[in-house]
Design a protein around this ligand. Structure first.
Ligand code: ADP
Length: 309
């Protein structure tokens, strides 16, 4: 089972390439696709879900070009879009039965599968309640259940934890971990801790470019190293800054800062720091990155202003 993304780009209008020259090769496991809002994650996911054609490049599912043979992928695709909507008057079973019919799954096997899936997403007790009364987390779990109706080999979930409270977020992450195994799961998020626990691979996208693709430990260590350096810099702590520059994380952290900034012709370091700080907020505690608090907000405004200047 293999998904190959080769030089994929998407241009929405003459000025905007939402995605540019992105290449990745994926085997079974969970890929955490990290990037700030507007980075191009949804654009990539829509292309992989065959809902949108790339302007450049190709995607191969087990060797077959998905633009030429979309059916081969669609049969085995599960997709939870960012803006997943439900019919508020249907209950969970009715809604899933309806979607199973749309997907062409025979009624008898759909019924069995729906029971299994409702148990998997822990909604058996709420199965007969109208979806309009569900919490955000419960709706997302219905969303995952619908994405799993056809037991997909490629499961794409776009910002699934947006709007969930911390408890629901953890529950949802655990569910995703349980679902990996013999399938490729692509999980997009702008929250580091979403992928730190679940992903077997992390890809960072920024301004439509793939800026890093590595095992979570390596990337998160580099991010934490970058955070430690920025913290010393912001505090004007020269002794710590020198110690950091002489330490083991200096090169990976600097490489990451530059990689995060490569898309921009100017002010590479500021762009890199901006993206690093984006990930460094208090809502996403990552060891070594819990330092920024209020200054982060200042930087979020200051860095784009500096770079556009
Ligand atoms: P993300 O999912 O990382 O937040 P998106 O893929 O939604 O990023 O968006 C990437 C860029 O493409 C953004 O600048 C966004 O405004 C733009 N974009 C997304 N969809 C469209 C569209 N249908 N038409 C024009 N521009 C779009």
């Amino acid at each position: 089972m293999k998904l190959e993304i080769r030089g994929v780009g998407k241009q929405y209008d003459a000025k905007l390439w939402a995605l540019r020259g992105l290449s990745l090769e994926l085997a079974p496991g969970v890929l955490g696709l990290l990037g700030p809002n507007g980075a191009g994650k949804s654009t990539l996911m829509r292309i992989l879900a065959t809902l949108s054609n790339p302007t450049e490049g190709q995607v191969f599912w087990n060797g077959a070009d998905i633009a030429r043979q979309p059916e081969a992928l669609r049969r085995t695709l599960g997709y939870l879009p960012q803006d997943f909507g439900v019919y508020p008057n249907l209950n969970a079973v009715e809604f899933l039965e309806y979607l199973a019919a749309v997907k062409g799954i025979p009624a008898a096997s759909a019924r069995r599968r729906i029971d299994e899936l409702l148990a998997l997403v822990n909604l058996t007790d709420a199965r007969k309640r109208p979806l309009g009364g569900f919490s955000g987390g419960m709706r997302q779990r219905v969303g995952i259940a619908q994405a799993l109706l056809n037991d997909p080999k490629l499961l794409i979930v776009d910002e699934p934890t947006a709007g969930l409270d911390p408890v629901e977020r953890v529950r949802f992450r655990n569910l995703l971990s349980e679902l990996s195994g013999e399938r490729i799961v692509i999980l997009s998020t702008h929250i580091v801790s979403d992928v730190a626990a679940t992903a077997t691979d992390i890809a960072i996208v920024s301004r439509g470019r793939l800026v890093a693709h590595a095992a979570p430990e390596a990337l998160l260590a580099a991010l934490a190293g970058l955070g430690a350096g920025v913290r010393a810099l912001l505090a004007g702590d020269v002794a710590h800054l020198f110690a950091w520059a002489a330490g083991a994380m200096f090169i990976p952290a600097l490489a990451l800062a530059l990689a995060l900034g490569v898309w921009s012709g100017t002010s590479k370091l500021f762009e890199g720091l901006y993206t690093a700080l984006w990930y460094a907020g208090p809502a996403q505690p990552t060891p070594g990155l819990d330092f920024i608090g209020a200054p982060r907000r200042t930087w979020m405004f200051a860095c784009p202003a500096i770079t556009s200047w």
